[in-house]
Design a protein around this ligand. Structure first.
Ligand code: SF4
Length: 278
């Protein structure tokens, strides 16, 4: 049986970068978990003494603090600076971009519309960069635009992980009702690249193994997409969950992994499948 990895899988650029940055700063703390994978958090703790603080109030003045890929609100950053914490900024550059756009357009007097989830840490960070907080609005659906006190000049950005089709609905609605709309496509393609690659491989595979957290919506989505093409698609967290029977009389085993699955877990799974195959 041949084993083939999807052409795109696992960590995105921003997460890989954040982990590399953290590894270079031993004995620091991350503000919130760096990644939604407990094995990787443990590896960073055991190998690099990188701790975790959940609340800003728990950060002590002498702590070196790693900022996560999602970024943090401007006032929290200011507080850390005031406390003279050493700041190690691992905010993904694809998230810094909408933060900067919001700051600039708000300063230029545009109403700012952010397409995203109010409660998502990335969006809490992005909106905080608007100079005029009364003129910055977060919407998830086009209906939510109705009744907003927007000026004639509107600037629009998106949460990085949103679907382009949904972003376009907001663009269309704004263009029909406002004189000037500046649209900034701040969507990051990382999630879709993994999904497209899993679908392509699943079409050819006899069995698909998706590696990722059982509670990770991103990993569950990969399994569901794979299953549409390949009925025998299984979601596992690590190699201990592999069932040898899945590989009986199969010619091609495809492998994909969620955005929070580290390479070393993927490699352990590949090694185990090879072992079972011999
Ligand atoms: S913006 Fe894209 S590359 Fe950056 S952390 Fe998010 S998914 Fe990864």
């Amino acid at each position: 049986m041949k084993i083939e990895l999807a052409s795109s899988y696992g960590f995105c650029y921003g997460v890989k970068r954040a982990i590399e940055i953290a590894e270079k700063h031993q004995n620091s703390f991350t503000y919130g978990p760096l990644i939604h994978n407990k094995d990787e958090i443990k590896r960073l703790k055991d190998g690099f003494n990188i701790g975790l603080v959940e609340k800003i109030g728990d950060i002590k003045n002498d702590n070196a603090v790693v900022i996560r890929t999602h970024g943090i609100p401007k006032n929290e950053l200011a507080l850390l600076k005031k406390q003279e914490n050493k700041i190690i900024d691992a905010t993904c550059p694809y998230v810094t971009t909408p933060q900067n756009i919001v700051a600039k357009m708000s300063k230029e007097g545009y109403s700012v519309v952010i397409f995203g989830d109010k409660e998502h840490p990335e969006i809490k960070g992005v909106v905080s960069y608007a100079e005029d907080q009364n003129n910055a609005f977060i919407v998830l659906k086009q209906e939510e635009l109705e009744g907003l006190p927007l000026k004639n000049k509107v600037a629009l950005v998106s949460q990085t992980t949103k679907k382009p089709e949904d972003f376009l609905k907001i663009v269309n609605a704004l263009i029909l009702t406002h004189k000037e709309v500046r649209v900034f496509n701040t969507i990051c393609n990382a999630t879709f690249e993994n999904q497209d690659a899993a679908a392509e491989l699943a079409k050819r595979a006899d069995v698909m193994i998706v590696i990722g957290g059982r509670h990770s919506s991103n990993s569950k989505m990969l399994q569901s997409i794979s299953q549409q093409q390949c009925e025998e698609s299984y979601l596992i967290e690590n190699e201990s969950e592999l069932n040898p029977e899945w590989f009986n009389n199969k010619e091609l085993c495809g492998i994909s992994a969620g955005a929070s699955t580290p390479d070393w877990i993927i490699q352990n799974v590949v090694n185990k499948i090879q072992e079972l195959n011999n």
